[in-house]
Design a protein around this ligand. Structure first.
Ligand code: PMP
Length: 307
């Protein structure tokens, strides 16, 4: 089968072959994690023969907010970055699901960790990606021995590269101990989120998720779930969740651009509910996949066509 796709990236102000998007080892951001990034998905709809990028404007708005939080100096706007990304995808000519990673980073070849007086640049690359974690069989999880970074240490509302050392520690510990994913507690001991995804539990038919004061990233998929839950007439509550509440939850699921909507089968070897996907997780997962592919007419505005 012929493949007309091109592996391209946006780098130093232009679209170039991905193999040319390379940085020096002296780059400031490489040394100190002084960068912010996004993670966006594009879904190829084979019936409509189009690639739909999900909530691209919201992702770039959060990215620019992350630069503001960190004082990463940039004159780029969410609209401009969204247009560059849609153009990049068109030139790549992908006809499959993709993951888009924009990153705004300190680009000077300089020492001294700081955000002021250092040049910044934007890069965007694209990967072909289907599932990142299994969404059908249920995930085994554990409470991480690592606590989620606190907002008083690294602003948790920003997707700051350096903060992902925390995620990497939790993820590796979980996988090396035989689990699929980790669940972080926050510095106060309440449930925070997964290593790179938000968490929801269901108890007595009500959906519950931690609030921003549990040091979570304000996920765009989390916000999507709020709207989809309303659409499905499910009740939702935002409040602190204790560790023991996880063990007695009827259902648990993760949300995130990468993870999509993935249900949790066990926490610390305790089976959640009856060990099968629960009705609320199942319904939300179904509506979510219809929505991101551009098949749910009520939410079509979230899907930005590439072609
Ligand atoms: N928390 C963390 C730490 C993440 O890295 C992500 C992925 N971006 C999420 C939550 C989910 O965010 P979103 O729904 O915007 O992808």
């Amino acid at each position: 089968m012929s493949d007309n796709t091109k592996d391209l990236s946006y780098f130093e102000g232009k679209i170039v072959p991905a193999s040319e998007a390379k940085l020096s080892v002296q780059t400031h951001a490489f040394q100190y994690g002084t960068a912010v990034f996004g993670g966006i998905r594009g879904y190829y709809n084979t019936d409509l023969k189009n690639l739909f990028v999900f909530r691209i404007k919201d992702h770039f708005t959060r990215l620019i907010q992350s630069t503001r939080i960190m004082q990463l100096n940039t004159s780029r706007t969410p609209d401009e970055l969204a247009d560059i990304t849609l153009d990049l995808l068109k030139q790549c000519a992908y006809k499959q699901n993709v993951y888009i990673r924009p990153i705004i980073y300190t680009s000077s070849l300089q020492l001294s960790p700081r955000f002021h007086d250092v040049k910044t640049d934007v890069a965007i690359y694209v990967l072909k990606l289907d599932d990142y974690l299994d969404t059908t069989n249920g995930l085994t999880t554990c409470i991480s021995s690592w606590r989620r970074i606190d907002d008083t240490m690294i602003p948790t509302m920003s997707k700051a590269s350096g903060g992902y050392v925390n995620s990497a520690l939790a993820k590796s510990e979980a996988v090396q101990n035989g689990f699929d994913e980790a669940i972080f507690l926050d510095s106060k001991g309440y449930v925070s989120e997964g290593s790179a995804e938000n968490i929801f539990i269901v108890r007595r038919n009500k959906i519950i998720t931690p609030s921003l004061d549990s040091s979570i990233l304000e996920g765009i998929t989390r916000r999507t779930i709020f709207d989809l839950a309303k659409f499905c007439n499910f009740e939702i509550e935002v409040r602190n969740i204790t560790r023991s509440e996880l063990y007695v939850a009827d259902e648990i699921f993760f949300s995130g651009t990468g993870v999509q909507v993935a249900w949790v089968k066990s926490v610390d070897r305790r089976i959640i509910g009856d060990g099968n996907i629960g009705p609320i997780s199942k319904k939300l997962q179904e509506v979510y996949f219809n929505t991101v592919k551009g098949n749910q007419k009520e939410f079509k505005d979230w899907c930005y066509p590439v072609y």
